[in-house]
Design a binder for this molecule. Structure first.
Ligand SMILES: Nc1ccn([C@@H]2O[C@H](COP(=O)(O)OP(=O)(O)OP(=O)(O)O)[C@@H](O)[C@H]2O)c(=O)n1
Ligand SMILES: C[C@](O)(CO)[C@H](O)COP(=O)(O)O
Length: 373
């Protein structure tokens, strides 16, 4: 089974207004499209994601495969489905970019339902009375029995929905309509009130409230040790400190930067430096450690996190760290891309106890706080 997702984002968002289409506007600190994409990226079972864009928007989502959509939602969906051909996709979810509050739970339920149904989609039972109206007056009522409000993601057997779209005349509100026209039976899943589609300008405030309460705060710790060897300086927290010995290691042995890097990986639950840059790999021999830190910082950004602060403690008798901390903070802040007042570098001795007390090496401890707004 190979699962994929098509996120349709080629609309112009005319009803929502604004200077740019609604999917590029910001809600709770991030673009609507980024929230939506992130929700799908969280699902490990989804192996391929394709975003369908308007030709004017190419380049707005550089980190994900994109294709150009068409003038109607249906033609955009077809472009996305065709882009997945040849990848062995069996299940596909089709989702409006304009539904950024979609939960991982609802995405997973849709995928799981496809184990025993050819198609499945979430919907809300209509609970309000329904009227017909004209010129601001009620002209009639409508029986609400058996009525649902359709949502996305709508999930399908890939080959069946591709064939259905290829055979369709192109007019349909959603993919369930296309599927049903092709004789595909669609299972209804309980939708969610939070899974609103941003359609009118007022919907941004509702989405802001829902996404604003989803703030994700992570804490990670890192610890590293390097032993002293021959040399005339040590590299610590991005700067060179003159000393009568050097630190030994596969890279430049910047023990402080390694601890901070591991703290960031830790907060992301993404392993450690050794996993990303194996010491057995000769290309990292003598490498400047900012390569590792920049990788962790980029990984945090890819996962939608900002680094709020880092705090590093160097443990050694010698060299004296105090005179260098301001320069170290600047160097670390520059690499991480935050201001120096969010970087703390401090030092302690171990009261002449243990390997640091015997001046055999330097240890470093670090903490990093990551925030997804
Ligand atoms: N030619 C189109 C039209 C719509 N869509 C996408 O289909 C979804 C349908 O939502 P809708 O609210 O209709 O989006 P827009 O068409 O952008 O909105 P509007 O009708 O207000 O212009 C959106 O994710 C939209 O980007 C698309 O990919 N291609
Ligand atoms: C697919 C859909 O989101 C289901 O509710 C909806 O039909 C698409 O948006 P539109 O407002 O109907 O264009």
């Amino acid at each position: 089974m190979t699962t994929a997702a098509v996120i349709v984002a080629a609309g112009r968002g005319t009803r929502a207004g604004g200077e740019i289409a609604k999917q590029w506007q910001t809600v709770a600190g991030r673009r609507v499209a980024d929230w939506t994409l992130d929700a799908f990226r969280q699902i490990t079972e989804i192996e391929h994601i394709v975003v369908v864009l308007h030709p004017d928007d190419l380049g707005r989502m550089p980190d994900v495969p994109c294709v150009i959509g068409g003038a109607t939602r249906c033609s955009s969906v077809l472009a996305g489905l065709q882009a997945l051909s040849g990848l062995g996709v069996t299940k596909v979810l089709i989702h409006d970019v304009a539904r950024p509050c979609i939960s991982a739970k609802l995405i997973q339920q849709t995928i799981d339902t496809l184990d025993h149904a050819q198609a499945a989609a979430p919907a809300l039972v209509v609970t309000d009375a329904l009227w017909r109206g004209e010129n601001d007056y009620v002209t009639g009522t409508q029986d609400r029995a058996h009525l649902y409000r359709a949502q996305t993601p709508q999930g399908f057997d890939y080959k069946a929905i591709l064939k259905a779209h290829q055979a369709h005349d192109g007019t349909a509100a959603d993919d369930v309509e296309v599927a049903r026209a092709a004789g595909i039976k669609v299972a209804i899943l309980p939708g969610s009130d939070d899974n609103l589609k941003i359609t009118q300008a007022s919907d941004f405030a509702r989405a802001e409230k829902i996404l604003g309460s989803k703030m994700d705060i992570r804490l990670g710790n890192g610890f590293d040790v390097h032993r002293f060897g021959a040399g005339d300086h040590v590299t610590l927290c991005g700067i060179s400190v003159p000393f009568d010995r050097g630190l030994q290691g596969h890279s430049d042995a910047d023990v402080g930067m390694h601890a901070v890097t591991d703290a960031i990986y830790g907060a992301l639950a993404q392993g450690d430096i050794g996993q990303h840059f194996p010491p057995s790999d000769p290309q990292w021999k003598g490498a400047a450690s900012d390569i590792f830190l920049r990788h962790a910082v980029d990984l945090a950004a890819e996962h939608g996190f900002q680094i709020a602060n880092v705090d590093c403690t160097l443990i050694c008798e010698q060299p004296k760290i105090g005179p260098h901390t301001a320069q170290m903070k600047d160097a670390m802040a520059h690499i991480i891309g935050i201001t120096a007042n969010r970087v703390s570098i401090k030092a302690t001795t171990s009261e002449r106890l243990g390997f640091t007390g015997r001046e055999e090496g330097i240890a470093a401890l670090a903490t990093a706080t990551l925030i997804k707004p």
